[in-house]
Design a protein around this ligand. Structure first.
Ligand code: TXA
Ligand code: MG
Length: 318
């Protein structure tokens, strides 16, 4: 079983031995390995059961050694970095030769991110290599937002989980592709479209589909818990599914007709940030019930509400 603790020196030793360690970030927990060591990285794919066509994000503590990993750094990187990093934003940029092909799944680009978590920043600062880290969940399942979530699913397969408490943001990073002339958002996440556009102007959103995902991990059936999730108009769906054991996920309201203990109200005060931070925990909790169907309502299509809707839609695509 994995040990859980806050020992950065031990985490460093495990990583230096070429083994994966789960690390906290402000978004979700990651399963980290030395990004420059193909063997260490291949263990991450194994533990997660992740297909090798799905590239990993490389985590750094600051932009100091960026030139070693990227062959070209566009101006918009610096604007966004100054405004939001460390923070929940991943940059796709042209890769250098130093980044192993396994990390980028053969792509000529690399995803880079500067996570905002004290323990992980200290760990990164103590290492002389960057960390490749996908979310620390089995492939296709909901991302973990606590050390206990990681323990439950991957605890038997890894040595150490660095426990940084519950994740503040609770949604994966927003991914922006800066590798072409037209900037594009490949994944909505913990940094809103509005915040990004306030710094670099209009960016477009790439619609992903199962048949043609631009970011290969953005399959439409990602983030699925075990339960059947039905996403959309609560009243319409209630009429369709009544008679079955129902639960609900809502923003701030409660639903008549569904027992209080089967309702997940993500932010009674109507705060999208709070709702985002609770979403994945709630989806996991639905798995520990005997409910048949979870009805999830559509959140406001603004700020983090867009990313919440994106995850709920994927969770409902089975
Ligand atoms: O918040 C996060 O981003 C978390 C924490 C641990 O940092 N990480 C995370 O990793 O969500 P993962 O592997 O679960 O999702 C990363 C996504 C995948 O959809 C992958 O396809 C995409 O990033 N990605 C990584 N490198 C890419 C590249 N070079 N080009 C296009 N997409 C890339
Ligand atoms: Mg993931």
């Amino acid at each position: 079983m994995a040990q859980i603790g806050t020992d950065i020196i031990f985490a460093k030793k495990v990583l230096e031995a070429g083994k994966p360690v789960a690390i906290p970030t402000e978004t979700v927990y990651g399963l980290a390995a030395n990004a420059l060591d193909e063997k260490a990285v291949s263990r991450v794919f194994e533990v997660k059961n992740r297909p090798s066509f799905d590239p990993l994000i490389v985590h750094l503590s600051n932009k100091g050694k960026l030139d070693e990993l990227c062959s070209h750094v566009p101006d918009n990187f610096y604007r966004l970095y100054e405004a939001f990093c460390p923070g929940p934003l991943t940059f796709i940029m042209p890769k250098s030769k130093k980044v192993p092909g396994l990390v980028t799944a053969g792509n000529p680009t690399v995803g880079l991110r500067f996570p905002d978590h004290r323990l992980t920043l200290d760990l990164l600062g103590s290492l002389d290599f960057p960390l490749a880290a996908p979310s620390a969940n089995p492939f296709g399942y909901v991302s973990p937002t606590s050390a206990q979530h990681v323990e439950k699913q991957l605890g038997g397969k890894i040595d150490y989980i660095l426990d940084g408490g519950p994740c503040k943001v609770g949604l994966e990073s927003t991914i922006i592709d800066l590798s072409t002339d037209s900037m594009a958002i490949l994944r909505l996440g913990g940094l809103s479209l509005e915040e990004i556009e306030s710094v670099v102007g209009k960016v477009h959103r790439v619609k992903t589909s199962t048949s043609n995902p631009k970011a290969p991990g953005m399959l439409s059936s990602h983030y699925s818990p075990g339960k059947k999730i039905v996403f959309g108009d609560m009243e319409d769906n209630y009429r369709i599914f009544k008679g079955q054991k129902l639960g609900s996920i809502t923003f701030f309201r409660t639903v008549n007709c569904i027992p209080a203990e089967h309702q997940w109200v993500l932010s009674p005060g109507g705060d999208l940030r709070e709702a985002a931070s609770k979403l994945f925990k709630s989806l996991r909790e639905t798995d520990d019930t005997d409910l048949d169907v979870i009805l999830a309502e559509r959140f406001p299509d603004e700020g983090l509400g867009r990313a919440i809707n994106d995850r709920l839609m994927r969770a409902s695509a089975k």
